[in-house]
Design a protein around this ligand. Sequence first.
Ligand SMILES: Nc1ncnc2c1ncn2[C@@H]1O[C@H](COP(=O)(O)OP(=O)(O)O)[C@@H](O)[C@H]1O
Ligand SMILES: [Mg+2]
Length: 423
Amino acid sequence: QKYFYPILSGGEKQRVLLARQLAKSPSLLLLDEPSTMSDQLSREQLLDSVKSVNEAMGISVLLVSHMPEVHRHLSDRLIWVDKGRIIDEGEVEEITGKFLAQLEPIKPLAPIKDERDIMIDIDGVWKKYVIYTSNTLIKTIEMPDINLKIPRGDILGVIGPSAMGKTVLMRLLSGIEQPDRGYVLYRIGTVDFANIAAIGSRRAIEARSKLGILHQEFTLPPYQLVQNAFAQKLGIKKLEMVRQAMDIAKEQGISDVTLDALLRIADMSELEAKQKLEEVGLSMDILDELFPKFPPSEAFKAAKPFLDALNLPEELFERHNGEASAGEHVRLAIAVLMAAKPEVLLLDEPFGDLDPISMRIIANSIKELNRKFNTTILVVSHQLDVVRELAHEAIMIDEGEIVMRGDPDKVCDAFIALGKPEQ
Ligand SMILES: Nc1ncnc2c1ncn2[C@@H]1O[C@H](COP(=O)(O)OP(=O)(O)O)[C@@H](O)[C@H]1O
Ligand SMILES: [Mg+2]
């Protein structure tokens, strides 16, 4: 009763909202996707609360969810709605069974070679964040001494309880955040490594052209043409274009440090990038000036293999980002990143809260990319089932540390056994 709402965890917020509705003593409770964006344990807590409301208070519940597990846990009867019509209804097992029959089969993972280069080497990285509130300093997270070598061509799953540093790790890997100590090394060339955290070094700029990052809760601008999304990314990310930009920058008296800072900004989410540029009195136009867009025909050539690999219709190239369905949107964003041919993909919660059928399509597409292009891929996800089918190996992060690494099934089982709900 005395807490401020914003500081509650996702799971707590949902239960407060539920309690507030119950305070009105309703006879019918309508719940629209009540357990989205929460991990398995907070989801179960919420569903158990709904169950006790139904049983103890005798309140009927009409529950919308795209997750079969939610219905299995809670529902007595199921209605299947498709394109605005009820197309089936009946027992939960029967209907979820029919729904899941649409799942495409799991594609096999590309086998990993015994001998492979180290692509990324996180060496002795420390990172601490603090925030000031009412004159006190609070440490939000400390990641002490992270060491992790990631072989080329692996898909590495990253799991762990909420707010334990998964996104921070991705941001450190992308060079958007800098470690307080230590190195984030990317292989460039055959023997050499570059520290992506070293601002302004030409080698760091080169390392940056090797990675693509999909941020948590990303969106492509809905009114942007798909072809422009490709053309822009290619202009910023392709090594030849970056080299050209270095020359333009030199002519205009822009230092490598400034250029590098702009390249880092270009890797941020649109919202963060805008904020960062506004802080120094610039707009997003500066990026277009320094990094000329690819011509559309060239952009199409670069995009085509990835539209195919990600199972996206070619016609999408002529349309707007906003016209892609939710599942296509994720694959489109990945295709845009891939067109610049990065060697490393960092995907932070790419599945969000999609339905299992879309998740399977995306997981299969990610495996396809890995197989065809030998891309090293890191995937943060709270969808453990997908991590199990998608990753060669997984790590678990808890309180800022990598506490386990190994077979995805084993790491996922250990995470469940940990029994830590969302904070
Ligand atoms: N820029 C920042 N300043 C202060 N605290 C931060 C910052 N970025 C992240 N944190 C804190 O670090 C912790 C880990 O966050 P994050 O990595 O996003 O968690 P998750 O594992 O859910 O992805 C959280 O408590 C978050 O509030
Ligand atoms: Mg996160």
